[in-house]
Ligand binder design. Structure first.
Ligand SMILES: NC(=O)c1ccc[n+]([C@@H]2O[C@H](COP(=O)([O-])OP(=O)(O)OC[C@H]3O[C@@H](n4cnc5c(N)ncnc54)[C@H](OP(=O)(O)O)[C@@H]3O)[C@@H](O)[C@H]2O)c1
Length: 340
């Protein structure tokens, strides 16, 4: 098999393709011949040596794949063999062959390509947990989503619009026209505008009901301030930690210094009627049965045309460094994939 390894912590060029013998599925596992692997921002932080969940480098990153099952380990249903699937992988997803526990494998409906399939798990499960499970977004409420042009941002917009909510998104200015066409009602260029002031203006001073914020640091402070009464702030990442393409200790210290350790406290939350919560899909491995229920709902929405993965670009395995540059240069509108 061919895999993409993070050979050491560093810039995108540390990603290298290496060959290894094909793995054999262990008890309860299915082996998948991978046709597309999703790239997530966590892989980028991992490549820079800034992602505590990742096993030690050298490592094969990757949380999700689309492909076809070709072997089943002892105790795993043999009827999976030959079926098109998508799967959550606990690292190791940047590969052309992988074995994963059967419960992390989902049937890929007829008509869904392996590329679209690989674009679904992390982005849509995260968006679902943020909006439906924990954020309880309702019709006519307003949601503010940061990095609206990213994989999670686009998934979140599709789900929120389906629920009948209004969406405000922050993104680099070059993405605004396309994001408007994808359903974002109001766009803010966070690089030249203050998103807190603009959000107040857009909502006539009231603020928003739900915020999805994976930027972190100061952004969480401003977001908390701009929540309307009963508003909820969902925190699920720290992209602000990636100020360059290599580990930057000063940037990380500044992120920590700007984190609102004391702004949210039991009394302020109670008196302001605001809620804050966190999401980390990578810490939900004990809850895969629940995630399977979310997947059913999402695949139903895919059949209805509501869930519509937007692929920004796919790169060959050899081009993995360019794929990471593409994301870190903030050029992607949608999901970035790797194909073997
Ligand atoms: N907790 C979880 O379970 C979970 C799951 C999935 C993702 N996440 C988090 O959600 C965020 C978005 O993930 P994603 O996979 O949707 O992202 P993505 O598709 O890789 O999006 C990248 C976009 O993020 C924006 N961005 C903001 N800060 C950035 C920075 N410092 N460097 C580069 N780009 C930056 C850029 O767009 P603009 O310039 O247009 O804003 C960029 O194009 C990340 O922080 C990720 O870690 C968390």
């Amino acid at each position: 098999m061919r895999q993409i390894w993070i050979t050491r912590a560093g810039p995108p060029e540390v990603l290298q393709v290496r060959e290894a013998p094909d793995p054999e599925p262990k008890a309860g596992e299915l082996r998948i011949r991978v046709e597309a692997s999703g790239i997530n921002f966590a892989d980028i932080l991992g490549r820079m040596g800034m992602y505590p969940d990742q096993p030690p480098i050298p490592v094969v990153p990757g949380y999700e794949v689309g492909g076809r099952v070709d072997a089943a380990g002892q105790g795993a249903e043999r009827s999976w063999i030959g079926r098109d699937v998508i799967a959550l992988t606990r690292f190791g997803g940047y590969t052309d062959t992988i074995c994963v526990p059967a419960k992390q494998v989902f049937a890929r409906p007829a008509g869904m390509s392996a590329l679209d399939g690989a674009a679904i798990p992390v982005n849509y499960f995260t968006a679902w947990q943020l909006i439906v499970v924990m954020g309880a977004l309702k019709r006519d409420e307003t949601m503010l989503v940061h990095s609206a042009g990213g994989g999670v941002g686009i998934a979140a917009t599709q789900i929120a619009k389906h629920l009948g909510a209004r969406v405000i998104g922050t993104a680099s200015a070059s993405k605004h026209a396309e994001l408007r066409a994808l359903g974002v009602d109001h766009l803010i260029d966070y690089r030249t505008e203050d998103f807190e002031a603009r959000t107040r203006e857009i909502t006539g001073g009231r603020g928003v009901d739900l915020i999805l914020d994976a930027v972190g640091g100061d952004s969480w402070k401003k977001g908390y301030r701009v929540l309307a009464p009963t508003g909820r702030l969902g925190m699920f990442g720290v992209s602000a930690a990636a100020s360059g393409k290599e580990r930057n200790v000063l940037g990380f210290v500044s992120l920590l210094a700007n984190t609102p350790w004391f702004q949210f406290n039991p009394l302020s939350l109670m008196n302001a009627n605001k809620g804050v919560f966190g999401v980390n899909l990578g810490h939900m491995w004990g809850e895969v049965d629940r995630i399977r229920e979310w997947a059913e709902g999402l695949l139903d929405l895919w059949a209805q045309g509501v869930v519509k993965p937007k692929i920004a670009r796919s790169f060959r395995f050899e081009e993995a460094p360019q794929a990471h540059h593409f994301i870190q240069d903030r050029r992607n509108i949608g999901k970035v994939l790797l194909v073997p």
